[in-house]
Design a protein around this ligand. Structure first.
Ligand code: SF4
Length: 487
């Protein structure tokens, strides 16, 4: 089957029987709903760019399974060059959307499941890897969008899955038969799931033997019986319905990815789509692999988004007549410095990647976690500087309806003017773009997307090889016998 383009992707979504709720209502047609169309446009662009001669080298690749041309979003990394190209692709696409295009979560999930199933089979004699390869071929052949479904609601964070008062706080298996198994629970913060064809479910934490019913990895279509998607609210989302295009800031591609709470109410999964069942000792490995791949991304897509924020900040400074002020220049330099530091980290963890036993390449997990940790701080600083330079206008602007009002519109355009050669409308558009990209949902996504800061710190401590660092210090200090605390 040929690679989809944006329109054939949209058409393919119309064939799904999705069970979606938003604002307390069931949504029958997500593709034509203004609430979802910006997110769908962002994902659709990943399909269109596969057909653009200027971007196809980054967005398409040869499948190691079939030798056919496929979307990179369905590819298993075969080299460090693949890992580097992934980061470059994400930056390039984010430059065009200024927003999340969602397709990387499933991409990372597929890479994590691929290598972990191989190692599971090697140790336990199971047959998961072969099953997963067949599933992957199906995804590549049909150029499907897969949602990577890891995060469970988790209930009381101090308790393991099997100790929760409500057993559904983590997705678990409630029944098995000769045809497959039945799962129950929910996955939270599901990026792009409303407009994905498939969801690839993984465990969300490392587990012990008492949690083995929760050690489940499997794939299901997003419209399987028993699935309910409840769409999350975003800052200023009503502007998509009641406001004009200017008020939305980024009407074409929206704000971050569009997340949902996906409820799994007794969902059947055939055995050929089960890739982990009770192998609790591999749950932690799957979590770490997926998390590191997704943290690798953040110096790609967030740098791409930051490029746009920096450009918007420079534009606002020019439109307001302050671009030549030395303090503004200095703030812009700082924004560039922070953004390129993120990018450098993502390129580094990719270049320092290595093959796993399956042959699939994995990033350097320490560097990948450092990148995401930096994102939780640097994006806030980049956005703070954008607010500083852009001014209070981004928080107090009159609405688009006021700007175009037959009586009072003249006052809005008169008093929102900056330098003479830029129209008020252009200044308002740029201020709205900054508002959209730097506040509310967009900002907190940088903190918690791909895992909260503490999750990275746990992995940084584990990967830091402090024992070796301590030995280096002892050698230089002339200490040959180690005493005291062990690292
Ligand atoms: Fe991809 Fe970035 Fe969105 Fe994650 S946050 S899905 S890496 S664009």
């Amino acid at each position: 089957m040929p690679l989809k383009n944006g329109n054939s992707y949209r058409e393919s979504l119309k064939t799904l029987s999705l069970n979606v709720y938003a604002f307390g209502e069931k949504i029958e047609n997500i593709v034509d709903s203004p609430l979802f169309s910006p997110h769908i446009n962002a994902a659709a662009l990943t399909y269109d760019l596969a057909h653009d001669p200027t971007t196809e080298d980054l967005v398409t690749v040869t499948s190691h399974l079939t030798g056919k041309k496929i979307s990179r979003f369905t590819h298993i990394h075969q080299s460090t060059e693949d890992l580097v190209k992934k980061v470059k692709m994400l930056r390039m696409i984010a430059n065009r959307t200024g927003s999340c295009f969602q397709r990387c979560v499933g991409f990372d999930a597929m890479n994590a499941v691929y290598s972990v199933t191989y190692e599971m089979d090697e140790k336990l004699g199971t047959e998961y890897h072969q099953r997963f390869q067949q599933y992957l071929e199906y995804i590549q052949e049909n150029d499907l969008m897969v949602a990577g479904s890891m995060t469970d609601p988790k209930g009381d964070r101090a308790l393991s899955p099997s100790k929760q008062a409500d057993p559904d706080m983590f997705v678990h298996v409630i029944d098995t038969n000769e045809k497959g198994l039945v799962i129950r629970g929910a996955k939270a913060h599901q990026t792009g799931i409303i407009n994905s064809h498939e969801m690839l479910i993984m465990p969300t934490i490392a587990m012990g033997p008492e949690d083995k019913a929760y050690a489940i990895a499997c794939a299901i279509p997003t419209d399987s019986p028993g699935i309910i998607h409840i769409f999350g609210r975003q800052t200023n989302d009503e502007r998509r319905i009641t406001g004009g295009k200017i008020d939305q800031g980024n009407a074409e591609y929206g704000t971050v990815g569009g997340e949902a709470l996906t409820v799994l109410e007794n969902v059947f999964v055939p055995w050929e789509r089960v890739f982990m069942h009770e192998e609790y000792e591999f749950a932690g490995m799957m979590v770490e692999r997926f998390a590191s791949y997704h943290r690798q991304n953040y110096g790609g897509c967030k740098t791409g988004v930051s490029d746009v924020i920096i450009g918007a900040t420079v534009a606002m400074a020019e439109y307001s007549g302050v671009a030549k002020a030395s303090h503004v220049k200095d703030k812009v330099i700082e924004m560039v410095h922070l953004a390129e530091t993120l990018y450098g980290g993502s390129i580094a963890c990719s270049a320092e990647g290595h093959p796993t036993a399956s042959g699939a390449y994995y990033v350097d997990p320490l560097l990948a976690n450092i990148v995401k940790q930096n994102v939780t701080r640097f994006i806030y600083e980049i956005c703070r500087l954008a607010h500083d330079v852009a001014g209070g206008l981004i928080a107090t602007l009159p609405s688009e309806k006021d700007m175009t009002h037959p009586e009072i519109g003249q006052y809005v355009t008169k008093y929102m003017k900056g330098v003479d050669f830029i129209s008020s409308e252009h200044r308002i558009r740029m201020a709205r773009l900054i508002e959209n990209m730097t506040g509310g949902t967009a900002l907190s996504e940088s903190m918690h997307g791909a895992g909260s800061p503490q999750a990275q710190r746990v992995m940084i401590f584990r990967q830091a090889n402090l024992k070796n660092k301590k030995r280096m210090a002892e050698k230089l200090a002339g200490i040959t016998t180690t005493q005291g605390l062990k690292a």
